[in-house]
Design a protein around this ligand. Structure first.
Ligand code: NAD
Length: 281
């Protein structure tokens, strides 16, 4: 078993290192980190000095190259676990990998998510079940797995990637909106149950961020509204986003690093919007 101590690792290298490698020696799991926002969060955590377990789908050989590149750039360890986040036993195995390899999990980022767009009356029941399992229940199962160790060590950071759709609804996204509202509820309960134990639980609510998940929605919305791509971007996807621009995934990564750090210890149970003003309406 590896016995890295986050309190000591990297501390002797001077104040600039301390500032830029604020998570040196910490151990993180980011679910759904083979693409989009999860991959950006993984990169930012690694840049800040954390070892990160990568999870998600994709070509194993390509993922190994990507993980190796990030690990080498930042001098951290990035093992991979391909748990399907709709399967609780695989989630337990993902957490076990981190605990066996590093001795603990300090930071859990529940990010894995899928979308399905259809009116309620024709929404396929199996898609409803999949969206709820991957976007909501997986966060419960992963949190349940990491909390005992976090409580013992009296340190933990749970960061749930919700959405502006955790705060407001949009037509044709019943399962996603229901799941993301549920994530905010789970976040609040996690924060309340752990408030005196050095653990925080917070939700980040992005508006539209340019990722493969959004790219798929452009196509789906264009078909559903029978309009072209540019019109979908400005008048459908960004219709509610007052700054009229997609956020960069790295912006979400930077906020996750902040929430994972020592100076965010009093921020818990919070909903942090990164949505260009969408939910200020
Ligand atoms: P993405 O499609 O680029 O990435 C999704 C990730 O989840 C991938 O790594 C994929 O392999 C993984 N994944 C999907 N199903 C999985 C499963 N069953 N088991 C394990 N991994 C699985 O999506 P994204 O846009 O980066 O979204 C990431 C998160 O951010 C999601 O929770 C999404 O709801 C949320 N979000 C995204 C936006 C946006 O505009 N992109 C806005 C708000 C919230």
């Amino acid at each position: 078993m590896n016995t890295i101590t986050p309190e000591n690792e990297g501390r002797e290298t001077g104040s600039s290192t301390l500032a830029s490698r604020a998570l040196s020696g910490r151990v993180a799991i980011v679910t759904g980190s083979t693409s989009g926002i999860g991959l950006a969060i993984l990169e930012e955590l690694a840049r800040a000095g954390a070892h990160v377990v990568m999870n998600g789908f994709g070509d194993r050989a390509e993922l190994a190259v990507a993980a190796g590149r990030i690990a080498a750039s930042h001098g951290v360890d990035i093992p991979f676990h391909g748990a399907d986040m709709s399967r609780p036993a695989e989630i337990a195995d993902l957490v076990k990998l981190a605990e066996d390899r590093f001795g603990r999990v300090d930071i859990l980022v529940n990010n894995a998510g899928i979308q399905h767009v259809a009116p309620i009356d024709t929404f396929p029941a199996d898609r409803w079940d999949a969206v709820l399992a991957i976007n909501l229940s997986s966060a419960f199962h992963a949190t349940q797995q990491v909390l005992p160790g976090m409580k013992r060590r009296r340190f933990g950071r749970i960061i749930n990637i919700a959405s502006a759709h955790g705060l407001v609804g949009s037509p044709f996204k019943s399962a996603y909106v229901a799941a993301k509202h549920g994530v905010l509820g789970l976040t609040k309960v996690t924060a309340l149950e752990t408030a005196e134990m050095g653990i925080t639980a917070n939700a980040i609510c992005p508006g539209y961020v340019w990722t493969p998940l959004v790219e798929k929605q452009i196509t789906a919305q264009a078909m559903s509204h029978n309009i072209d791509r540019a019109e979908v971007i400005r008048n459908v996807l960004l219709a509610q986003q007052p700054n009229k621009q997609f956020a960069e995934a790295s912006e979400i990564g930077a906020l996750a690093v902040f929430l994972a750090g020592e100076t965010a210890r009093s921020i818990t149970g919070a909903t942090l919007s990164v949505d260009g003003g969408w939910t200020a309406h």
